[in-house]
Design a protein around this ligand. Sequence first.
Ligand SMILES: [Zn+2]
Length: 289
Amino acid sequence: MPELPEVETVRRGLEPAMVGARIAKVELRRGNIRFPFPPRFGERLTGQRISALARRAKYLLFQLEGRETLIVHLGMSGSFRVEAETTAPGAFHYERSKDPKHDHVVLHLDNGKTVTFNDPRRFGFMDLVETGALEGHPRISGLGDEPLAPQFGAARLAKLFLGSRAPLKAALLDQRRIAGLGNIYVCEALFRARLSPFRPAGILARAGGGPTRAAAALAKAIRAVLEEAIEAGGSTLRDHRQADGELGYFQHAFAVYDREGSPCPRCNGAIARHVQSGRSTFFCPVCQK
Ligand SMILES: [Zn+2]
């Protein structure tokens, strides 16, 4: 499942192909993905120029010139492929599927490129909303803080979790507090901040509400793990583009995630796994207190 860095990498891969271009033709190969497409979907997209491509948590936001925004969620297996008629075919995807039977939406752009949405498991979705009403969209309105926003930091973490007795792991996964952080990067950030996933999130705030040293370490770690993963995705983009025009899902080196029993990169002890609220938590029982 793509996490925030993967979605951001997709955004950066699509941006140069799509922003400024006009959607000349829309092919819908079925009536729904996870949900039915909105009414007159193809008609509303056709003729629109894409003025910006933004991201909020794991949602891609294609801002259209004509007052509407196309919201896309990649779900479990959604991916985009960009093909240009003028140059060698290139693919942009982070999963392997290129099976045309899973190509559900094809956007033909006036710059000669086609952008194809492929989603074998069909957990992804698309919706159109008035740009001015975006913040009120049911998928967007409940989202918490954007962890890469400049104002996100230790003070904000303290404010969000003051008095919370939820374990840090569960607290950080709560999308109503922080949006877009998934299991992988929560595990990695807690390791980097040397914090046990089982400690209550309230340790991030002092009694008066100010941030603790733990909050400062965690804020720094969250930003670092996300930015490094995006950077890794970006370099994969560049490398692959040079190689054969095909852009793939990047394999980032994780310190703890999916490494049960492997040596901790810091103390050489064994990485442990523990199931917390149905999800595997990977951590170092020695380094993380
Ligand atoms: Zn360790």
